[in-house]
Design a protein. Structure first.
Length: 215
């Protein structure tokens, strides 16, 4: 799935390939990540209505009238090579329960970020988030050959920061006045990352987390 770039930069003991991201279905541990399409609109609307998630200040969850455009923008990012979005489906019930994606893709340095993640409220504090993160990280490091995976969140979203830190990601720093919230206000952004050689320890923590949380 990866292609050789014309001027490779050396890494320790080898030359690395450029990551080559294509839509792919990821499945395991009770969830299915399906490449996002317009056909997921009704399922995303239902998931977002579980808790009226568009009212939360720190999310990108679309309100009902915004869902189609939300998908369009995600697919525009996919076409541009900067995003790879998924719909999250519960394997047992078949229901769409949220969305996530790779974003800010920098293929030339083998980097992706995981974000734009949200789930129906009844799926919070369940196996869904660690299961999805495990699938995304396994694919990034094990299949694509990423050198680093980044994550970011609002400087005021302490719940999200704590969840990312539980993964074992390293806090890289705070970028002040770096983003915009739904209400138009500026936000500070906290950046995290996981390097390739840190992935085995992070995977162990995720598996332990999956063993602890409810289905």
């Amino acid at each position: 799935m990866r292609k050789r770039r014309s001027t490779d930069l050396p890494q320790p003991s080898k030359l690395c390939d450029v990551i080559d991201l294509r839509p792919v279905t990821l499945r395991g541990r009770g969830v299915i990540l399906e490449p996002l399409t317009p056909e997921h609109a009704s399922g995303l609307k239902a998931a977002a209505s579980d808790g009226e998630l568009w009212k939360l200040p720190y999310t990108s969850v679309p309100a009902h009238g915004e869902t189609e455009r939300y998908i369009e923008r995600a697919l525009e990012g996919q076409h541009a090579g900067t995003m790879l979005p998924w719909a999250v489906r519960d394997e047992e019930s078949g229901a769409v329960i949220g969305s996530t994606r790779y974003h800010d893709i920098a293929a030339s340095i083998d980097r992706v970020e995981i974000g734009y993640t949200w789930y129906a409220h009844t799926r919070w504090a369940t196996r869904v988030n660690p299961a999805c993160k495990l699938l995304l990280l396994e694919h990034a490091f094990g299949v694509l050959g990423c050198a680093v995976v980044g994550l970011r969140t609002d400087g005021e979203n302490l719940r999200s920061q704590a969840a990312i830190e539980r993964l074992g990601a390293r806090r890289d720093g705070l970028l002040r006045h770096f983003g915009t919230r739904r209400d138009g206000s500026a936000r500070d952004t906290v950046m995290f990352s996981i390097l390739r050689d840190e992935w085995p320890a992070v995977k162990t923590r995720l598996l332990e987390r999956l063993a602890e949380v409810r289905a």
